[in-house]
Design a binder for this molecule. Sequence first.
Ligand code: HEC
Length: 168
Amino acid sequence: MGRSKARFAVIVMALAAPLVGARTASPTMPASIRKIFISRCMGCHAGASPAAGMSLDPDRLPASIQDKPSSGKPDLKIFDSATPEKSYILMKLRGAAGIAGSRMPLRAKKLSEADIQTIADWLAGIKPRDAAAAEAKKARQTGLPKLDHVQSSDGRDDRGQPIPRRAG
Ligand code: HEC
């Protein structure tokens, strides 16, 4: 790739950053998942003192559970943004071996595997901020950000600064 082409890619990235950043900050939650949290979880996981000290109000998800250690299994994270498939919330929904306490939702009909998989897919699609920053850093080091990196990063470097245009 020529110099001017590389510069063009960086300019495109700079222009795209505000849009991409907005999407990363508030990933859209499908209506079907919203409904599950509201009707199946919020009866206990909401309000001033939610069960396990954890609100599952969809307006605050996923930020409220992202990389938050479980109170029952502190070495596991409710939503593990680095390895979403290992998120403790999925183990609790499936009643997996090794969970503390009960399978969720407590004392109610369990979610179907299809619904659990829908939640798993949604979590897997949320780009962790750290990974996005690492990709942006790598792109700067190699000098040639690929467009798919541009689309998946939040346009900021590992210190949260907007990625500057390269001189020359
Ligand atoms: C009837 C009340 C009730 C409902 C409904 C309920 N929970 Fe819970 N939940 C609890 C209680 C009580 C605990 C703490 C004891 C335990 O872990 O078994 C808990 C714990 C959890 C934990 C572990 C938190 C931690 O810090 O370790 C997760 C994850 C969880 N619930 C997810 C859900 C999800 C997702 C739903 C909806 C699909 C749901 N719960 C529905 C009462 C409920």
